[in-house]
Design a protein around this ligand. Structure first.
Ligand code: BGC
Length: 284
């Protein structure tokens, strides 16, 4: 697998974040060796965070991303773990704490699709998607919150004791035929995020989601890799372009930094207006 999905070079990102708003912080990005997760990890690292590149498959890609970050003045390590497995998640956090001491920023990004017509959807397809997309976010968030509470605030580094960013989707609100497991998982992520945000705000832990629309990544290649497919996809996007991984990386830096210090419990849709019901632009 390559990393050619419109990722800017690490040098360009480092130049972009000259003020490095995340300096002195440690971040963990799950599913960080491709697509949106890779972009988020690269952006957080360029913005100054020591970053864990979590992965399950393709260790060489994860190591390459970490190497590029380390060679451009940043700090990163790659750690393997399946986020749906409690023991693997706990082992990953232990390795992170050995390397970086603590965690300040968790990006619950790992997610996947197993699409099927509803009547043919198997219990394995259902459980697999819910296991990674929802249970995985719960398991990682729980470990992060335990560490935030144990460690307490570090006001010299961030106003918040900890920040969690859940990677959701426009499909936390847009129903999606043929993808009932995926849409259910993202609807679940929405109320997981809001419930955590409500419960943890008094501890100065901020929890938010990013709701990407159609972003050019391996998860949806068939939706944009021919001119016909891309033209059809753009009819769903009022801003009339398909998103790129860097659109999400930039949003993640904002939600992880003190620039968003008064924001908790919200989903930031980064979707070119996909959630604006473009079919109603005329008519209705
Ligand atoms: C899905 C993509 C899809 C996009 C917009 C995302 O959450 O993973 O496959 O292109 O939503 O429908």
């Amino acid at each position: 697998m390559t990393t050619t999905f419109a990722q800017p070079s690490q040098q360009d990102l480092v130049a972009h974040y000259t003020h490095q708003p995340l300096t002195g912080q440690a971040a963990l990005v799950t599913g960080a060796n491709s697509g949106i997760g890779e972009s988020v990890a690269r952006h957080l690292a360029a913005a100054g965070a020591a970053t864990v590149i979590n992965y399950v498959t393709n260790p060489d890609v994860a190591e390459k991303i970490a190497d590029e970050i380390n060679q451009t003045g940043g700090r990163a390590i790659a750690i393997a773990a399946d986020v749906s497995k409690e023991d693997q998640v706990q082992a990953m956090f232990s390795k992170m704490f050995e390397a970086f001491g603590t965690i300040d920023i968790l990006v619950n990004n790992a997610g996947l699709q197993k699409d099927s017509a509803f009547q043919n959807m198997t219990i394995d397809q259902w459980n697999f998607v819910l296991g990674i997309n929802v249970t995985g976010q719960f398991l990682c968030a729980r470990e992060a919150v335990r560490e935030f509470l144990r460690r307490g605030p570090k006001p010299e580094i961030s106003s918040a004791t900890g920040k969690i960013i859940c990677m959701s989707s426009v499909h936390e609100v847009i129903p999606w035929g043929g993808h009932a497991n995926y849409a259910s998982s993202k609807g679940g992520v929405m109320l997981l995020m809001k419930s955590m945000a409500q419960e943890l705000a008094p501890h100065k832990i901020r929890v938010n989601s990013i709701g990407p629309g159609a972003i050019k990544t391996p998860i949806n290649t068939s939706a944009w890799d021919t001119p016909e497919a891309e033209a059809k996809l753009r009819t769903l996007i009022p801003y009339d372009r398909v998103g790129e991984p860097k659109d999400i990386g930039r949003a993640a830096v904002f939600l992880a930094s003190d620039d968003s210090d008064y924001i908790t419990g919200t989903t930031l849709f980064v979707d070119g207006g996909m959630t604006l019901y473009p079919g109603f632009a005329t008519g209705g």
